[in-house]
Every structure is written in structure tokens, then in C-alpha cells.
Design a protein around this ligand. Structure first.
Ligand SMILES: [Zn+2]
Length: 226
């Protein structure tokens, strides 16, 4: 799928199945701040697995830094739609973020992650240039850190974003290597057809409508108009 489709699937997936799963796993509902911040981070993280492709938005996000990261990821994970499109990769990202937030400068790392994934969303949705994306994303990331001070939601949102990307690519013709490195066999249920096709656009529109609906009912109506 294309970057914008992944973004919308990531946002819709977080607001529907994702927040319900996190609620069940953590034995408490997400706060309004976590819900808003988690939706943005999950939408951005839903583009992360395409770091294995040099032309993907995530690979061009931070110039030479993400270009080298893309080259390294492609070699390390076996090329496009192989290792980064597997369940072990999603688990690894979630665990790495959780470990980093617990043992490294947590506020700085949390800010960087919020900034990075927000900038991906801003770039894909607005096609603004790098400086504009950076200014907007820095402001939004600061608000996220203040509005959602814990860090578990961040690791959950990133892991879930990767899972949603894998699921979305799994229903295209090209498929994914779900169980890499145990197996390189492609898994595919091509109900969405080819990447960028009409069926993918339909899925993206449905995901956008679901995002608006659930955002209104989970965030805006209960907190602003109760
Ligand atoms: Zn992909």
C-alpha cells in the first residue's frame, strides 16, 4: 500500500481495535491525551516497515540519516517486504522502544519518537517541505509529551502501527513474509489487489471515515461537549 493508505489504516486501526486491545491488556482505558497522541504516533509508525524501500516516505524523512537507515534495514532484513514486514519485526520495535524509554533519556527519546512519527504524518498529508514539517511536528510532539506523560502508550502505538502496516500489505498482491526469519514464504490474501489500485483507494477512504467517526465519539464528544 501507499504511504497515505498506511497512515489512514494506522489511525483507524488504533482508534478501533487498537485502543480496545490496549485497554484490555493494561486493565485501564487510555486517557484522552494518550488516545490523541497514540493515534498520531500509530499512524506514523504504520509507515515504518517501508524503511526497507529507498523511495518510501520514511526513508526520505531525515535526509542522509534515514537514507542510511533504509540501506541498512534493506540489507539486514533481506530486502523489500521481507523482514520488516514480519511479526518478529513488530515485536522487536515495540520491545526496543519500551526498553529505550525505560533505560535511556526517556523524555528526550519520547520527544524524538513523537516528533519523527508526527513529521511523517504531516509530510504525507500536506506534502509540506522539511522545515514546515519540522516546526509543526516539534509543536505537536511537545504537546504530546505534556498531554500523555507516561510512555507505555508510545511503545504500544509503535508496535501496533507496524502490525497494521503488515496486515495492510498482507492483503495486497505482493504479500509479506509474516514469519521471517523462520520462513521467507510470502503470505498474501490479495483482496485489495495491486498497490495504489482502486480497491486500495476504497480501503483508504473507509479508514479515513472510520478515523473521523471514532475520533469524534472517543475524543471530541465525551471531552469537549459532555
Ligand atoms: Zn510495506
Amino acid at each position: 500500500m501507499l504511504g497515505r493508505s498506511h497512515l489512514l489504516v494506522g489511525a483507524a486501526g488504533y482508534l478501533t481495535v487498537g485502543q480496545a486491545m490496549i485497554h484490555y491488556a493494561n486493565h485501564r482505558p487510555l486517557t484522552p491525551g494518550e488516545l490523541v497522541a497514540g493515534t498520531v504516533v500509530c499512524a506514523g509508525a504504520a509507515m515504518l516497515p517501508d524503511i526497507d524501500h529507498p523511495n518510501a516516505t520514511v526513508s526520505r524523512a531525515l535526509g542522509p540519516v534515514t537514507w542510511f537507515a533504509s540501506r541498512a534495514a534493506s540489507r539486514l532484513f533481506g530486502g523489500h517486504r521481507v523482514g520488516t514486514h514480519s511479526l518478529p519485526f513488530a515485536a522487536l520495535m515495540s520491545l526496543l522502544v519500551a526498553y529505550g524509554l525505560a533505560h535511556v533519556h526517556s523524555q528526550i527519546l519520547a520527544f524524538f519518537l513523537c516528533f519523527f512519527f508526527t513529521s511523517l504524518c504531516v509530510r504525507v498529508m500536506t506534502e509540506a517541505d522539511g522545515a514546515v514539517c519540522a516546526v509543526i511536528s516539534a509543536g505537536v510532539a511537545s504537546a504530546m509529551i505534556m498531554g500523555a506523560p507516561g510512555h507505555q502508550w508510545l511503545a504500544d502505538a509503535i508496535g501496533l502501527g507496524c502490525l497494521l502496516h503488515i496486515a495492510a500489505d498482507g492483503v495486497t498482491t505482493e504479500g509479506i513474509c509474516l514469519m521471517w526469519p523462520l520462513s521467507r514464504e510470502k503470505v498474501r490474501f490479495p483482496i485489495c489487489g495491486n498497490t495504489g489500485g482502486m480497491r486500495e483507494r476504497g480501503v483508504a477512504i473507509c479508514a479515513g471515515l472510520l478515523t473521523v467517526w471514532f475520533y469524534a465519539h472517543l475524543v471530541i464528544l465525551p471531552n469537549l461537549f459532555h
